[in-house]
Design a binder for this molecule. Structure first.
Ligand code: SAM
Length: 277
């Protein structure tokens, strides 16, 4: 990695541009350049590759991504951050494409020719909504990998394995055709201001989609099963046409509870129901 151009300390940038963290925008900034360099390394070698960063804020993570050699497209909705990010772009000519707007409404796939690595430290609600959209999109997806900061409890639900209390719809969605792991825990004190809870960076890479299963059918089955997670499958899946017969065909005991089923079991159920749906 190159040393990169000399840049003013991030705290000076914040002061100069009046970027006090806005609670309404879910802003908790990262300043520790070593930590940011480690986060930027999680997607692997990004030199000369496209990276999409959502919510760059004052640009701490953006600096680390640029220093790692990436061509960064950054979407930020806080107008106050734009001049600071433009200055960063001037230090890395033609390497930072800045888009002011809301990532929840922008056509992101349309911005890229080759699949980008997506990297983001976002407010919890925005990050989860984007994650669900990215995981539900057409496969193979338009992105190469997802490297996303979440509060630790959400990160644990994303990577949860069957049998654990955290295992549910989000784990199935995140793992039925992708690999998801916690790449790095991040202490709350690393943020300014510090949030109330601990965080973790999750890394997700897409795999092959199983044949004959639509995300909608799988989503419908997991919503019914985990919607009543204390109940046996024969009760929770009663409302899904054909589900009880499918359980029998697949040899899945209907008295089991949803958290005991492997992801492959949910996939098999969705496949069996596909012709009915
Ligand atoms: N990436 C910076 C860092 O790590 O220090 C800032 C992180 S801060 C938690 C989240 C950033 O996402 C803020 O700058 C906020 O304005 C931005 N943001 C929040 N919602 C957004 C949205 N829907 N679209 C684009 N940016 C958003």
């Amino acid at each position: 990695m190159s040393e990169g151009p000399a840049l003013p300390p991030l705290r000076d940038v914040i002061r100069e541009h009046g970027l006090s963290a806005s609670k309404a925008l879910g802003q908790n900034f990262l300043f520790d350049s070593q930590l940011l360099t480690r986060i930027a390394a999680i997607p692997g070698d990004i030199a000369e590759r496209d990276v999409l960063e959502i919510g760059p804020g004052p640009g701490g993570l953006t600096r680390a991504l640029l220093a790692a050699g990436a061509n960064v497209t950054a979407i930020e909705r806080d107008h106050r951050c734009i001049p600071a990010l433009e200055q960063l772009g001037q230090a890395y000519p033609d390497r930072l494409r800045l888009i002011e707007g809301d990532a929840l409404t922008i056509d992101m796939p349309g911005l890229f020719v080759a699949p980008p690595a997506i990297v983001a430290n976002l407010p919890y609600n925005v990050g989860t909504a984007l994650l669900v959209g990215w995981l539900s999109a057409e496969w193979r997806p338009w992105w190469r990998s997802l490297t996303l900061m979440f509060q630790r409890e959400v990160a644990e639900r994303i990577v949860a394995r069957p049998g654990s209390g955290a295992y549910g719809r989000l784990a199935v969605l995140s793992q039925w055709r992708s690999e998801a792991r916690i790449a790095m825990p991040v202490h709350r004190s690393a943020f300014t201001p510090p949030p109330k809870v601990m965080s973790a960076v999750v890394h997700i890479t897409p795999g092959n989609a199983p044949d004959g299963v639509s995300p909608e059918t799988l989503g419908m089955v997991t919503a019914a099963a985990f919607g009543q997670r204390r109940k046996m499958l024969r009760q929770s899946l009663k409302s899904v046409p054909g589900a009880l017969a499918a359980l029998e065909t697949l040899g899945i005991d209907p008295t089991r509870r949803p958290e005991t089923l492997a992801i492959e079991d949910f996939v098999a159920l969705a496949r069996a129901l596909q012709p009915i749906v």
